[in-house]
Design a protein around this ligand. Structure first.
Ligand SMILES: Cc1cc2nc3c(=O)[nH]c(=O)nc-3n(C[C@H](O)[C@H](O)[C@H](O)COP(=O)(O)OP(=O)(O)OC[C@H]3O[C@@H](n4cnc5c(N)ncnc54)[C@H](O)[C@@H]3O)c2cc1C
Length: 360
């Protein structure tokens, strides 16, 4: 089988790119993932697309464009799932001390936010709108924040891609070779495919490809816990402080996450659970004793020194590109950067220097 583009990795990066390539061309596209859809960091059960990032709710890079692109994709593929997999119910970001409160307020004033995106709430306002939330110092209300069940979103996106005649091959191991001007993938099952252009979207595993080894990707393990609330999760919005706490069906909720830079195994563990619960009860003290653990999950994010993703072509190898380094902003950036990369691959458009692999 011959393809124009072969994408290696079926997470947020790979599937978003396949969608964009198809939307602006009639190229033949295949996505290959030996582990299956959403089997890397994108397996995170619930994530936030939140443009007020970091400890001080700083406006993210290209916030308007990236959030819009994310929303459009969620909306467009929602009819390919019978489940509700996202909710634009906003994010409340209570400040946990006076310094954080001051820096958040400074960012609110200086970050040039679009009207109605963010608003400062005093301690009393938070108490009224979010009873029982720790709010001694006030906090930022981010009306545009979206909560997404990422694996369900990607299952819907893969169905959408199938409807557009994009092949997705899962659970198949392959051997990759460059033969004259083609990339050739040999599967053990004797199947073989050939592609003109290869794009590696394998998250942290991108560094296992010899020709992308030079990229400074850092592995950051993250654990989350899925809890069931005794009655129901008290807020319809997500809460982001000392981690994030969010629900999509009102009774079960996700609490996370850890940021582990030195780890000896990739599985969830007791330490992760303790860390998450301690922090959760600092933010939502009234939850104490009112929930039970359903499941733990962990994944490994690919982070970069400047916290920007890596998108673009290889400096020396023809017809070879990469899309990785999404860190903890996979939802926010996968749609917009997939558009940038697709336009570059199809039309030769320039990708912003800020995310280029050539910056390393
Ligand atoms: C605990 C946790 C919480 C998170 N919370 C959020 C959040 O709230 N908001 C947010 O936006 N993001 C969040 N993220 C991060 C976000 O999920 C990542 O940025 C995003 O999933 C990265 O997507 P990706 O497609 O680049 O990589 P991945 O999702 O890791 O996908 C890479 C894929 O490549 C496949 N692969 C590996 N090797 C190969 C190979 N040799 N050939 C082909 N395929 C291969 C893997 O099986 C995998 O499916 C969280 C991550 C974690 C771990």
């Amino acid at each position: 089988m011959k393809y124009d583009f072969c994408i290696l990795g079926a997470g947020l990066a790979g599937l978003s790119l396949a969608k964009e390539l198809k939307s602006i061309s009639d190229a033949k596209v295949v996505v290959i993932d030996p582990n299956g859809i959403a089997n890397g960091a994108s397996g995170s059960p619930l994530g936030l697309s939140n443009p007020a990032t970091g400890r001080y709710a700083t406006k993210s890079w290209r916030a308007e464009e990236s959030l819009q692109a994310c929303k459009n994709n969620l909306e467009e593929v929602s009819s390919y799932s019978s489940e509700l997999f996202y909710s634009q119910s906003g994010v409340i970001r209570p400040a946990m001390d006076s310094k954080i409160a001051r820096r958040m307020q400074e960012n609110l004033e200086s970050n040039n936010w679009p009207d109605d995106w963010c608003e400062w709430l005093s301690e009393d306002e938070i108490k009224t709108r979010f009873p029982d939330l720790q709010s001694e110092y006030g906090g930022v209300w981010v009306s545009q924040g979206i909560t997404v069940a990422i694996p369900e979103y990607l299952q819907a996106l893969s169905k959408y891609l199938n409807s557009k005649k994009i092949d997705i091959f899962e659970q198949l191991n392959y051997e990759l070779n460059r033969i004259s001007d083609s990339w050739v993938l040999d599967f053990q099952s004797s199947k073989k495919i050939e592609a003109k252009h290869l794009i590696v979207t394998a998250g942290i595993k991108t560094q296992e490809f010899d020709f992308w080894k030079y990229l400074p990707l850092h592995a950051v393990k993250g654990q989350v816990a899925i809890f069931e609330a005794e009655s129901e999760f008290p807020y319809s919005s997500a809460v982001s402080a000392l981690g994030y706490f969010a629900s999509i069906d009102s009774k079960t909720f996700v609490a996370g996450s850890t940021y582990e830079h030195n780890f000896v195994h990739e599985q969830p563990d007791e330490n992760g659970l303790t860390y998450i619960e301690d922090r959760m009860l600092k933010v939502m003290p009234e939850m104490k004793g009112k929930y039970r653990l359903i499941k733990q999950w962990s994944g490994v994010r690919a982070s970069t020194p400047d916290r920007k993703p890596i998108v673009g072509s290889h400096p020396n190898i023809k017809d070879c590109s990469v899309f990785t380094g999404l860190g903890s902003k996979g939802l926010l950036y996968s749609s917009i950067l997939a558009k940038d990369l697709a336009r570059s691959l199809i039309n030769g458009d320039t990708i912003p220097d800020a995310v280029s692999p050539q910056r390393f």
